[in-house]
Design a binder for this molecule. Structure first.
Ligand code: RTP
Ligand code: MG
Length: 148
């Protein structure tokens, strides 16, 4: 089953949006397989955003993502990578549609609340950077055996 790496950025954590964001992916029907609140070390931030290292905003991006705790997650489900990106909305919140996470909560491109992997290759790379294999939990939903 497909997996993606999602992360509530420091602005989302400061604004108490962890629950709201987790809830959206839960209600959509995706399954949470790993999560942790953490400070990102500078070296990990530089690796994570390595594709942007020549961009003028790289320094700011690394400073911001290491400025406070983030909530890192792995989610599972069919087409979860592309669907999560749709649920997040455009990178710049001014272009993000209402109903998307960035459209509803984001204010500026630098502080846009959430990160999500943009391809299967990015997802595999980012999950590997942030999680050890034994931090990911596989489980079946048993609820249909428990209720009528
Ligand atoms: P992310 O990687 O954080 O999920 O965001 P994304 O794929 O939608 O956008 P990406 O192009 O990968 O850019 C990564 C982050 O860099 C910041 N950014 N700042 N000042 C600027 O022009 C600018 N452009 C991008 C954003 O915070 C973006 O999320
Ligand atoms: Mg990106």
């Amino acid at each position: 089953m497909e997996r993606t790496f999602l992360m509530v950025k420091p602005d989302g954590v400061q604004r108490n949006l962890i629950g709201e964001i987790v809830s959206r992916f839960e209600k959509k029907g995706f399954q949470l397989v790993g999560a942790k609140l953490m400070h990102i070390p500078t070296e990990l931030a530089e690796q994570h955003y390595g594709e942007h290292k020549e961009r003028p905003f790289f320094g700011e991006l690394v400073d911001f993502i290491t400025s406070g705790p983030v909530f890192a997650m792995v989610w599972e489900g069919e087409n979860v990578i592309a669907t999560a990106r749709q649920m997040m909305g455009s990178t710049n919140p001014k272009d993000a549609a209402p109903g998307t996470i960035r459209g509803d909560f984001g204010l500026t491109v630098g502080k846009n609340v959430i990160h999500g992997s943009d391809s299967p290759a990015s997802a595999a790379r980012e999950i590997g950077l942030f999680f050890k294999e034994d931090e990911l939990v596989e489980y079946k939903k048993l609820v249909n055996e428990w209720i009528y």
